[in-house]
Design a binder for this molecule. Structure first.
Ligand SMILES: Nc1nc2c(ncn2[C@@H]2O[C@H](COP(=O)(O)OP(=O)(O)OP(=O)(O)O)[C@@H](O)[C@H]2O)c(=O)[nH]1
Ligand SMILES: [Zn+2]
Length: 351
């Protein structure tokens, strides 16, 4: 039991009422088709039942962070079911499709790591926090490499002004500066994930937090300005204070996978406040008379940058919703086609 507790069982157990603890595990690493699983009696290698392997879609398969039902089998176990997820961290796959990939599940809080060097981008920070809050995942922004930027304080201030409700911690992972400030924010048995561009310093920070060289960090190749891809898979670590941390591969462009365009508005506090003063209830804030947002833009009380990133996010959210709906419709059409075919065959048989 103590192993399960270490990996967050108590913060998640309300949904397991009917499952005995010996049949429960949590996925800490995914390796193609086998899984490293923490169970009541330590780590085991888990495999899927054949039926699961062939009947589940990629997003339904076990992911790092998932709680699963298992059948113990000597030193290994067989996964029979993925338990309901508290949160799912998605990202869009490469290309312009609406396909999404799961980065990890059952995350409580994300540490968004951004370097103060070339990596620094306030609009990107805003987009990422919106996507995370949309997925019910809390965020902490970690601004790394303060040793490289004498002007770091004003950048931190800018970010704090734009995102007043989010905790921002400025550190130097390399020099071990302010790492303890992060540690103080981390709650035992809660699950955290680090996300950020390749080269932002995630592995360096992880090493400082775990206090030993787990991940090998690599030197940035200055010619391209991108860290070489060193982290190749997601793995869950237990930190000394008992919190859990998943390291994720470099996510150069953390694509959004928003499900709800309204939550975009909620995340932009200025815009939300103003939008309540628009003349029309369904104002799109683009060309309507009596639009409070447009007039705030005109008198300069709303920044054009904030308005633009709001519009961009809103359009993405709408586009994402539409493609999901189209897919569902296509799925339904296909199901109907199969049903019709089956009916026809049945008729033939009995005619
Ligand atoms: N000057 C300075 N360099 C840093 C700091 N943190 C990390 N670096 C350097 O930045 C480079 C990339 O760091 P990593 O920790 O490998 O970056 P990462 O985010 O894990 O990258 P991926 O594994 O590709 O996702 C390394 O050369 C680190 O030494 C810092 O606080 N200051
Ligand atoms: Zn308006």
């Amino acid at each position: 039991m103590s192993d399960l507790k270490t990996y967050g069982y108590n913060t998640f157990s309300e949904i397991f009422v009917s499952v005995s603890t010996e049949n429960i595990g949590r996925v800490t690493t995914v390796n193609k088709t086998n899984y490293k699983i923490i169970t009541e009696s330590g780590f085991k290698t888990g495999e899927l039942t054949g039926q699961m392997l062939y009947s589940l879609s990629p997003s339904e398969l076990p992911q790092t962070g998932d709680w699963v039902e298992i059948i113990n089998y000597a030193e290994s176990c067989i996964i029979t079911k993925v338990l309901p997820r508290k949160t799912t961290l998605l990202r869009k796959t490469a290309g312009r499709t609406s396909d999404v990939q799961i980065l990890a599940t059952n995350i409580d809080t994300a540490l968004i790591v951004q370097g103060l060097d070339r990596d620094f981008n306030i609009n990107r920070l805003e987009r990422i926090t919106v996507a995370l809050l949309d997925a019910k995942i809390k965020c902490i922004i970690v601004m790394n490499k303060i040793d490289l930027d004498p002007d770091w304080q004003s950048k931190v201030e800018k970010v704090q002004n734009r995102l007043p409700d989010i905790t921002i911690i400025a550190i130097s992972a390399l020099n071990n500066t302010a790492i303890d400030t992060i540690q103080k924010q981390l709650i035992p048995q809660q699950t955290y994930i680090m996300i950020g561009s390749s080269g932002a310093g995630k592995s360096t920070l992880l090493n400082q937090l775990v206090k030993k060289e787990i991940q090998q960090t690599q030197t940035i190749s200055t010619s391209v300005g991108k860290g070489r891809h060193t982290t190749t898979h997601r793995e869950m670590f237990v930190l000394s204070n008992g919190s859990l941390l998943i390291d994720s591969p470099g996510v150069r462009e953390f694509g959004l996978a928003l499900s709800d365009s309204d939550s975009v508005t909620t995340s932009f506090s200025d815009i939300k406040y103003l939008s309540e003063k628009c003349k029309y209830k369904n104002c799109t804030h683009t060309n309507e008379p009596g639009c409070a947002i447009l007039s705030a833009l005109e008198d300069g009380s709303l920044l054009i940058e904030e308005y633009n990133s709001y519009l961009k996010l809103r359009n993405e959210a709408i586009h994402y919703q539409q493609t999901v709906q189209e897919k569902k419709k296509k799925g339904k059409n296909l199901a109907k086609l199969i049903k019709d075919m089956k009916n026809k065959n049945m008729k033939k048989r009995y005619d």
